[in-house]
Design a protein. Structure first.
Length: 312
């Protein structure tokens, strides 16, 4: 069915019928506003916009994949503060020619990714637009803990990463060259796999700073370095670059470390910790914090790209 047949409210009804309800939801979609529990008394909030042709392509990703990606980008930001995500609000701008089945699958992806962390889509808005645009706002709860900000890194801290990195960037390169394999890399781009629990885990371990790596490791760590007034050095030998990624890089004429150090969309969490902290195996030490400024690789400036910039 095309959208004009059901109209805006028919479309909203079909979307809402596919959404679950998380434990933090008191009142979900259907009223002027949703009501979400905030037992901590503070609400962590983040928002992100995905634009067709800029952040995703419908010939590269199915609607359910795009829903997962849109939710994940926001849920990871909540986790990076040391919080647990509780709810999502979604605004959807749809061009002519997109049918309701496509949008229902998008809603399925949004709902499924939110459910990974026990959250749900509690409301939003729809509009017509020349360009398909998805705007998501995520809410979260700190559970009584202090937020982990970007400005707390100290010289002597260790830098650790939780989650895979470089996979999505490699998948994007593969797709942009007209290929669909290796499947593991392509699927990493289409649908990120994120350790959301790593955020509260890092906070409990005493993380001094933390960030979601969405635009590239070097670029995002630069935010911690500048906010904390420190220098960060990355050890390239700390990364286990899998054979599939190395093979794809060789075939495409790309340095795989460009994907690892400057690629986005995997959304691992990077955090700094006091050196005496014993980290669980899900956290991999990848560098150190020093006096100074900026981010280096093996104590030298990186000569390649730094990461994604929406206006570059």
């Amino acid at each position: 069915m095309s959208i004009p047949e059901g109209g805006e409210f028919g479309l909203i009804g079909r979307i809402v019928s596919r959404l679950g309800s998380g434990p933090a939801t008191i009142l979900g979609p259907g009223d002027d506003a949703a009501i979400v529990r905030a037992p901590d008394g503070r609400v962590v909030a983040s928002t992100d916009v995905l634009v067709d042709g800029r952040h995703f392509r419908r010939d590269w990703c199915g609607p359910e994949d795009i829903g997962h990606r849109a939710a994940a980008a926001n849920l990871a930001d909540i986790a990076a503060m040391g919080a647990v995500p509780t709810a999502l609000l979604v605004a959807l701008c749809v061009p002519p020619g997109v049918d309701t089945e496509w949008i229902e699958s998008l809603a399925d992806g949004l709902s499924a990714e939110a459910a990974v962390v026990g959250a749900s889509v509690v409301g939003g808005d729809t509009s017509s637009s020349p360009t398909l645009t998805i705007a998501v706002t995520a809410l979260g709860d700190l559970g009584g803990a202090a937020p982990v900000r970007r400005d707390g890194a100290q010289p002597g801290d260790i830098l650790a990463l939780s989650g895979r990195i470089g996979y999505a960037a490699a998948g994007l390169t593969v797709l942009s060259r007209g290929f669909r394999t290796p499947k593991k890399l392509v699927e990493a781009y289409r649908r990120p796999e994120i350790r959301y629990a790593a955020g509260p885990e890092a906070a409990a371990l005493g993380a001094t700073s933390m960030i979601d790596i969405s635009d590239g490791l070097l670029q995002d760590l630069g935010h911690i370095a500048s906010s904390s007034l420190v220098a960060i050095d990355i050890d390239p030998e700390a990364f286990d670059v899998p054979a599939q990624m190395r093979d794809a890089a060789k075939a495409l004429g790309v340095d795989p470390y460009q994907w690892v150090l400057a690629g986005g969309d995997d959304h691992p969490l990077a955090a700094t910790f006091p050196p005496e902290v014993s980290l669980p195996p899900e956290w991999q030490v990848i560098g150190t914090v020093h006096d100074g400024s900026g981010v280096t690789v093996d104590r030298k400036p990186w000569s390649g790209g730094l990461g994604w910039d929406h206006f570059r």
